[in-house]
Design a protein around this ligand. Structure first.
Ligand SMILES: CCC(=O)OC[C@H](C)CC[C@H]1O[C@H]2C[C@H]3[C@@H]4CC=C5C[C@@H](O)CC[C@]5(C)[C@H]4CC[C@]3(C)[C@H]2[C@@H]1C
Length: 401
């Protein structure tokens, strides 16, 4: 396709210009067309539970120390999809669609076996300036709930874009009334100058449990020992103790080995490449709420896929203008957009208690509040949907009668 190189060459100008005046807002990057993804950033929340069986495993483990290890293992198994699934599937990292305020992405991981039960994904763009996505992943059968939110603070230097993630994830086990506070990795985008960007993780993540276990994960990128990309080393310790209970080493995009801290006995090797992903079920577009990503962006997604830049531009502007109108109306009426599933609180006791642990740096995002999943709003939405469904059924029955 002769066209691509020309388009590629011509579109470098705008991109390099946008990089030169980069103000930290990733959405302002004018990425070359072949970098544009038709996937909205709201969909990235799904990367947290594409192995539902691993996501619920801690709920079935009675020993608190082994449970903490299973939560650490689950977190590590999410990294490949979170940070390298686009590169692996599409050949390079892509620039996702920048979600509008109130945009929803809803789905579920079904379970034919009946052992795992259904796992539900709720993702909502709770802020547009700056972009913040909040999400909840719920498995009723095992009483597992993950809730969290994330935003990005980016900077450009030395040919790479560095991204600090603002926000955190909180994993809750109902049966044991246990919480795990997870900090988000920093990352940088390598390979930009070669036109095939990909993510490398930096620094570290911490998982601090209410049972007093601390997992520390260090991402070393091109490990100076192994020279392999996406390398990490992790340890699980009891708060206040130097003893390593478990050590995990490997590459988050390939595989890793779990060893006992003292005996160095190998307990398990996880293969990230061969472990099957469970596909997320998303309702057909005609059944979706107008605010759901794939319905709201349908025309833009279509034109990105067919490479029709013209239509991509006009359809995007339509959405942006609608949004500007809504914000204007809200300002005039002195109200704010009503988030459907999440609420911003200035303090979350679990977060505060667990964030005090030595491994967790003060959360920058904490200043303007913490986004939490609002069970009340969730049940109201479910109730309204049920009532709506019954009303439609009633109506249908009446018209038939
Ligand atoms: C070819 C040059 C070029 O156009 O470079 C632009 C690049 C694509 C760089 C900018 C985009 O890179 C994307 C990577 C995205 C992150 C990937 C994974 C996650 C984890 C998820 O849990 C939360 C979101 C997060 C941090 C994504 C945030 C947005 C990132 C940085 C995209 C950049 C716009």
């Amino acid at each position: 396709a002769g066209a691509v190189p020309a388009a590629a060459k011509s579109s470098w100008g705008p991109f390099l210009k946008s990089i030169a005046s980069f103000n930290g807002d990733l959405a302002s990057l004018t990425a070359p067309p072949f970098i544009l993804s038709s996937t909205s950033l709201t969909e990235y929340s799904g990367y947290w539970a594409e192995h539902p069986e691993i996501f619920v495993a801690p709920a079935q483990e009675n020993d608190p120390q082994k449970r903490a290890l299973l939560v650490l293992k689950w977190f590590l198994t999410t990294l490949k999809q979170q940070y390298s699934s686009r590169s692996e599937k599409l050949g390079s990292e892509k620039k996702p669609l920048n979600p509008f305020l109130g945009e929803l992405f809803l789905g579920k991981w079904k379970d034919p076996t009946g052992e795992i039960g259904e796992t539900q994904l709720i993702s909502e763009q709770v802020s547009h300036h700056p972009p913040v996505t909040a999400y909840a992943i719920l498995n009723e059968k095992h009483g597992v709930k993950l809730e969290g939110y994330n935003g990005q603070k980016a900077s450009f230097s030395g040919g790479t874009i560095s991204v600090k993630q603002v926000g955190h994830a909180k994993y809750h086990l109902r049966e044991f009334d246990e919480d795990y506070l997870i900090t988000l990795p920093s990352l940088h985008i390598e390979g930009i100058v070669y036109g095939s960007p990909y993510v490398e993780l930096n620094r570290g993540s911490t998982i601090h449990s209410s049972t007093g276990y601390i997992a520390q994960i260090d991402y070393s990128g091109k490990g100076w020992i192994t020279g392999k990309k996406n390398t990490f080393s992790a340890t699980l310790k009891k708060e206040g103790s130097k003893d390593i209970l478990y050590a995990i080493n490997g590459q988050w995009s390939d595989g890793f080995t779990i060893k006992e801290g003292k005996s160095k006995k190998e307990l398990e090797t996880y293969n990230a490449k061969t472990t099957e992903i469970t596909p997320l079920y998303v309702a057909p577009i005609e059944e979706q709420d107008p605010l759901e990503s794939r319905r709201a962006w349908a025309k833009v997604q279509e034109s990105i896929t067919t490479g029709d830049l013209e239509t991509t531009g006009t359809e995007k502007s339509k959405i942006e203008n609608e949004q500007r109108e809504l914000r204007k109306k809200e300002r005039e009426e002195g109200r704010e957009w009503e988030r459907r599933y999440f609420t911003r609180v200035m303090d979350d006791p679990v977060f505060t208690r667990l964030a005090e642990s030595p491994g967790i740096a003060a959360e920058e995002g904490k200043t303007d509040g913490i986004w939490v999943f609002d069970e009340k709003k969730f049940s109201q939405v479910a109730e309204k949907a049920r009532a709506g469904g019954e009303a439609r059924a009633e109506e249908a029955a009446n018209t038939v009668a």
